[in-house]
Write a protein that binds this ligand. Structure first.
Ligand SMILES: Cc1cc2nc3c(=O)[nH]c(=O)nc-3n(C[C@H](O)[C@H](O)[C@H](O)COP(=O)(O)OP(=O)(O)OC[C@H]3O[C@@H](n4cnc5c(N)ncnc54)[C@H](O)[C@@H]3O)c2cc1C
Ligand code: SF4
Length: 251
């Protein structure tokens, strides 16, 4: 639940990752010594983020090389819309996206899950060009550095590498956002609906995304159940048409 907000200092070289890891370890050992141990899974989780994920992303950046940033396995070519470029939370009705955009405009930072589940998920569903989206993330975030943005955006969030970094696209509908947050109760859209005025753009966008990429995703075993769900979906053609018309208009 907690986020340390140390990524800007780490990326600027003001904090040494190893120093951070040693400090966390020392705090844990001290807490054990006084008989009031910090939860080991919390300490381990934090150390794993800094020493594991951060390093993994650094090495993949160099391992995949210069061409990685140009990967576009899902053939996504939409432009970044103006309201997104301007972080215009007022133009957006969707409670989740509006809140995240507002926080980002105010702080230049939101934590990992909104980056992935709300911002990245939106771009993935709408077929926005992954390189343009990488530039957008880079410009909008205080911790934006090329080495860490490219792998996280192109690979982890947009699946533009076709699965080199992550085994399946991080695409999710409104039900998932509803389960993981408290946004939907106060939203003008309904996460359970995929058709009509109050259809959740993430729910409908999810199905439209799957349909658009059906052929590309079919060989991926981890997408089998999702694609089976698509085959059973009632009103798929209407959903696809509704989302084609919605495009990248502010939701
Ligand atoms: C689309 C997208 C773009 C991202 N862009 C960046 C970026 O430009 N710069 C950046 O530093 N992180 C980026 N991340 C990773 C992650 O979201 C941030 O590192 C984290 O939210 C920073 O907040 P924190 O310091 O509170 O992190 P905590 O949750 O407290 O984690 C501690 C530290 O672990 C490291 N870490 C954790 N996950 C990752 C990861 N996936 N990649 C690299 N380091 C990680 C970071 O150094 C972070 O400061 C991105 C993630 C996504 C999904
Ligand atoms: S209903 Fe859809 S758009 Fe509204 S907050 Fe939930 S997921 Fe976001």
């Amino acid at each position: 639940m907690a986020h340390s907000l140390i990524s800007p200092a780490l990326n600027l070289g003001l904090l040494d990752p190893l120093e951070v890891v040693h400090a966390a370890e020392q705090r844990y050992r001290d807490s054990v010594a006084v008989g009031d141990p910090l939860p080991l899974n919390s300490v381990e989780g934090f150390v794993r983020q800094v020493m594991g994920w951060r390093d993994y992303i650094w090495h993949t950046y160099w391992h995949f090389g210069r061409d990685f940033r140009h990967a576009n396995a899902l053939a996504a070519h939409e432009a970044v819309p103006d309201w997104l470029t301007d972080l215009d939370d007022g133009a957006v009705d969707a409670a989740c996206l509006s809140d995240v955009l507002g926080d980002l405009r105010r702080d230049g930072w939101v934590h990992h899950i909104p980056r992935l589940m709300v911002l990245g998920n939106y771009a993935l569903q709408r077929g926005i060009d992954p390189l343009a989206m990488t530039d957008w993330f880079h410009r909008s975030f205080v911790d934006g550095y090329d080495w860490v943005m490219v792998a996280n955006v192109v690979g982890m969030s947009q699946h533009a590498d076709g699965g080199l970094l992550a085994t399946k696209p991080y695409a999710a509908g409104g039900a998932y956002i509803d389960r993981m947050s408290d946004y939907c109760g106060g939203c003008r859209y309904d996460p359970r609906k995929r058709l009509g005025e109050d259809a959740c753009p993430y729910t409908a966008g999810y199905w439209a995304f799957l349909e658009r990429n059906r052929g590309r995703l079919a060989p991926n075993q981890r997408m089998r159940r999702a694609l089976q769900g698509l085959d059973r979906l009632k009103g798929l053609e209407e959903v696809v048409e509704q989302e084609r018309l919605r495009g990248t208009e502010a939701i």
